[in-house]
Design a protein around this ligand. Structure first.
Ligand code: CAA
Length: 710
């Protein structure tokens, strides 16, 4: 885990724990023993700590947090390094993150190559840098900078790290060789002033002001999160308390955080995101043994908002795009729109002018479908209508080369039906982007019964290449994302039964969801339209399902959301992002209920949460049952990236595991009995099975308990 070698007058301690040199207990023991051994070897004048492979060290081993950790901690190693009578130099390339940066900060010197990155990402895991990082960083950078770095969790470039005094030098050539040259230049120099524990915190008397300012910023940016506030408290401690007392405070707050449900959810989310890329099909094909096809050119059919956004994603990743629209006028509008997106990126400093020009050069607009004949992949983004899509796919099948992949941006339609219009159903898949496609990180890739593993691998790899978080879904009505979302449906029923729409939004916002009734309403409108049934204000049931006509009423009154200035809210054109509650809406609701003889009642916040989320969770279990999603974490990733579900709650499925499956199941059964005309309350068999276990089954084992039935 740590390779020890003596090279002339140096001991080189090389951390060797692939893939990211995380500080497992073997690594900390290796470092500790290495330092002691070097101290005992008279031929050694200095110690160099370096990482093997691509990085220096990505910090503590996150997989070990849920196990009880025995043996040496990072601070024990750190104290051995700092008190060493021989200079210790850390040589960083790749990343020095979290505990990795803390190890570096215990060293007397730090050098790095020019591409190295530094940071304390603990806050993103609901933690604080718990190996004295919050006490040592302010001693180097000063309080305001340390507060910003630690509460944001962002990565700093080597250049920034030098500027703030975090590292001593950036080197140009072979890192180990440079480290030896550097070590030679400092051998024999006194070490006392280099031990950070002996340094004073600059402007310590101003700490309360810095703390107040940073706290305001943290509350604004990280609403609902506890870790950033704890970070600030320990940094304040670094300025107010003696070193060891500050370290004790840091330890006790770290212990509080690591046992918090927020940290459990954030750590789960870290792995959930990575495991979404590791897919497995029911036929046994897996990401690990399937090679993606090559995609060096693409076409996008349909240059509306979605098509343009998709084109932007591809172009940014260096993939030339042929954009197809019906006529020159629409094409021109799309090209202007695309350029505006690029201009915006340039203005925000996210893209260089050269890159913008390069992207525009790679974009070719055409009204002739035949022009796409040579591309490797086509993404269709036309109107959501099966017949139309089948026509386009039939044409594409004839035009495109036999190896081309044909994908649809449909958000609900059956991929098998679309694929059946072609002679290559194995090469057809869904690539469901979320609006706005150039901003939203989620890509829901969908496979049909004939989609080949190679096609799945290709769209998953394409997602990675264009910077998306790709999640795989089996085809079904609405796939994982839209099929599962019952929030809008239940919210409308709650309004009909007695809740105010504004209360519902507030309750969901307090829960951490920034989407409220408004989004649900739009989804509901789409569903009503898709049914193609003549609805009236009196309609209470549809297809033996409960139906609420309130959204239709609002729609008929021209209350169509932000674009018409009115919906469930009023919108001030000068500030449309700030919806204003509207008394007229409350009157409309009142009249609707009177006309239908509905007795309105008091509705608690608890009921709002349960009705909106448990209905959604129940559908999530059905999605797992049917193997539409391969694992619960895939569903949670979709909710975090597609519907802004708060990451610190993990996602609806993780939330259910935290509430307890028995409790969730009982409430679903209760609502099913109360609302027999809502199919989504029919309890899932998988949930029933898991809830009947005497022990709570951990989320990562749910599917083991189900796969026997498949
Ligand atoms: N512990 C355990 N496993 C880790 C890890 C860690 N700290 N960091 C990454 N990994 C694993 C990932 O899960 C992934 O595993 P799989 O291949 O099995 O999926 C593998 O390493 C590679 O990671 P990525 O796919 O993320 O690779 P990347 O090249 O895109 O990114 C990285 C590399 C920048 C290091 C990124 O993984 C990262 O940001 N890691 C998290 C770093 C972090 O949060 N460190 C703080 C830990 S907490 C701490 O240190 C507490 C303390 O103060 C004592």
């Amino acid at each position: 885990m740590v390779d020890y070698r003596v090279d002339n007058q140096f001991t080189v301690l090389e951390i060797n724990n692939p893939p990211v040199n995380a500080l497992s207990s073997d690594v900390t023991i290796g470092l500790y023993d290495g330092i002691l051994k070097a101290l005992q070897d008279d031929s050694v004048q200095a110690v160099i700590i370096i990482g093997k492979g691509k990085v220096f060290c990505a910090g503590a081993d996150i997989t070990a947090f849920s196990k009880s950790i025995k043996g040496l901690g990072i601070t024990d190693v750190g104290h051995a390094i700092e008190s060493s009578s021989k200079p210790v130099i850390s040589a960083v390339y790749g990343v020095a993150l979290g505990g990795g940066l803390e190890i570096a900060l215990f060293c007397h010197y730090r050098i790095s190559d020019k591409k190295a990155k530094f940071g304390f990402p603990e806050v993103q895991l609901g933690l604080l840098p718990g190996a004295e990082g919050t006490i040592r960083l302010p001693r180097l950078t000063g309080l305001p900078v340390a507060m910003e770095i630690i509460t944001s969790g962002r990565q700093l470039s080597a250049q920034e790290a030098v500027k703030y005094g975090i590292i001593d030098k950036i080197v140009e050539n072979d890192l180990l060789q440079e480290a030896k040259t550097f070590a030679t230049s400092i051998i024999g120099k006194p070490l006392d002033s280099l031990r950070l524990r002996t340094k004073k915190v600059k402007n310590a008397d101003l700490v309360d002001k810095y703390y107040d300012d940073a706290l305001k910023e943290v509350k604004r940016k990280s609403k609902g999160l506890i870790a950033p506030v704890s970070c600030l408290k320990t940094i304040r401690g670094s300025a107010k308390l003696p070193y060891d007392t500050a370290a004790q405070l840091e330890r006790s707050l770290f212990t509080e955080l690591i046992t918090s449900s927020q940290s459990a959810a954030l750590r789960y989310s870290f792995f959930a995101e990575r495991s979404a890329a590791k897919w497995r099909l029911p036929n046994g094909a897996r990401s690990a043994n399937t090679k993606p096809g090559s995609v060096v050119s693409a076409a996008v059919i349909g240059a509306g908002t979605m098509g343009s956004g998709i084109a932007v994603c591809l172009l940014r990743a260096g993939i030339p795009v042929i954009l197809v629209e019906q006529n020159e006028k629409l094409l021109k509008a799309a090209q202007t729109n695309i350029d505006q997106i690029f201009r915006g990126s340039v203005q925000l400093g996210k893209m260089t002018l050269e890159k913008r020009q390069e992207c525009l050069r790679m974009l070719q607009g055409t009204a002739q479908l035949e022009k796409v004949k040579d591309v490797d992949i086509v993404i269709e983004a036309i109107f959501e209508n099966l017949k139309l899509k089948q026509e386009v796919f039939a044409k594409l099948d004839k035009i495109c080369k036999p190896t081309a992949f044909l994908c649809s941006n449909t958000s609900t339609l059956d991929i098998d039906k679309i694929a059946s219009a072609t002679s290559r159903p194995d090469k057809v898949a869904g690539t469901h982007f979320f609006a706005p496609a150039h901003i939203m990180r989620l890509l829901e890739n969908v496979y049909g019964s004939k989609t080949s593993p190679e096609t799945v691998a290709t769209v998953m790899e394409l997602g990675r290449k264009i910077g998306k978080i790709s999640v795989l879904s089996k085809t079904c009505d609405g796939f994982i994302a839209n099929r599962m979302n019952k929030i809008g449906v239940e919210a409308v029923y709650l309004v009909e039964e007695g809740a105010s729409p504004y209360n519902i939004d507030q309750i969901m916002e307090d829960f951490g969801m920034s989407m409220g009734l408004d989004v649900g309403w739009r989804i509901r409108q789409e569903q009503a339209k898709a049914l193609g049934v003549n609805l009236t204000a009196e309609t209470k049931y549809l297809n033996a399902e409960r139906y609420c006509s309130l959204p239709d009423k609002l729609y008929e009154l021209g209350r169509n959301g932000i674009k018409t200035g009115r919906g469930w809210y009023r919108y001030d054109p000068a500030n449309p992002r700030k919806p204003i509650p509207d008394l007229d809406v409350l009157d409309i609701i009142q009249t609707h209920c009177q006309n239908l003889g509905i007795q309105r009642r008091e509705i608690t916040a608890q009921e709002v949460i349960e009705r909106c989320l448990y209905a959604t969770i129940n559908e999530g279990f059905k999605i797992l049952e049917e193997n539409v999603a391969e694992k619960p974490s895939d569903i949670d990733v979709i909710w975090q990236y597609g519907f802004a579900f708060p990451r610190y709650r993990g996602g609806p499925m993780f939330y259910a595991s935290q509430v307890g499956l028995r409790k969730v199941f009982e409430r679903i059964c209760y609502y099913h009995a109360t609302f027999p005309y809502s199919k989504h309350w029919l309890p899932s068999d998988l949930l029933r099975k898991l809830a009947s276990s005497t022990d709570e089954i951990p989320i990562n084992q749910w599917m083991n308990n189900w796969s026997s039935k498949l």
